[in-house]
Design a binder for this molecule. Structure first.
Ligand SMILES: C[S@@+](CC[C@H](N)C(=O)[O-])C[C@H]1O[C@@H](n2cnc3c(N)ncnc32)[C@H](O)[C@@H]1O
Length: 198
């Protein structure tokens, strides 16, 4: 019989575990309505698959990328042949070109390092078909986490400059005092962008 060390710190649960029962994001629901052909979708940083599940219901074939293996465990709860879960980092994912009718990156791209971000964004943008839709978020400099050097924070003008080949359909900047998924108080500074590729 093994005896657990009572002083061993409990592992902090991941975002995917903690958000398992969360509904799909309202912005993802809105973005789906803007997509002309519901064929291929990419969910970057898919976490608990809450958005990927919604995309499957709406008829997409979905590639869900996340480095957290919990995403794969969750996918086994509802075997869906239209879902491909890839447990890997964003930089290891080989983005196809002109493939996706919809790319969702909800609270995911800011977790790329500032060194990786430019190439990641270039590849992600190139993977969207002409006429396809992007919905994603970026974190701004007033965010509580802006002191983390391993994450990417962008000013409003820097976010706007990411979209020269897109028509911006919705651009929202939000600053709110709330909590993170671990229930720590947090100031959120978020840009939410929905855009159509030209
Ligand atoms: C804040 S969660 C958002 C999850 C989901 N998009 C949602 O809205 O519920 C961020 C997710 O991105 C994943 N992630 C962060 N950095 C990553 C990286 N470099 N490569 C792959 N996945 C990453 C995390 O494991 C986590 O599941």
């Amino acid at each position: 019989m093994s005896i657990e060390d009572p002083n061993k710190p409990l592992r902090q649960k991941s975002y995917a575990e903690l958000s398992h029962t969360m509904p799909p994001s309202s912005e993802v629901i809105d973005a789906v309505e803007l997509v002309q052909e519901r064929n291929e979708a990419l969910d970057l940083g898919a976490g608990s698959l809450r958005n990927a599940k919604y995309l499957l219901e709406k008829g997409f074939h979905v590639v869900a990328v996340d480095r957290d293996p919990v995403a794969l465990e969750i996918s086994h709860e509802f075997a869906d042949p239209n879902l491909e879960v890839r447990i890997m980092t964003f930089s290891d994912f080989e983005f196809p070109t002109d493939e996706y009718d919809l790319l969702v990156a909800k609270n995911a791209l800011p977790f790329a390092t500032p060194e990786d971000f430019p190439q990641l964004w270039k590849d992600a943008a190139a993977s969207i078909k002409s006429g396809g839709v992007f919905y994603g978020t970026f974190f701004g400099p007033n965010d509580t986490w802006a002191s983390k050097p391993e994450m990417t924070f962008l000013r409003r003008d820097e976010v706007q400059h990411l979209f020269p080949n897109f028509e911006i359909l919705k651009f929202e900047e939000e600053e709110t005092d709330a909590f993170d998924i671990q229930n720590n108080p947090k100031h959120w500074h978020i840009f939410k962008v929905t855009a159509r590729k030209r």
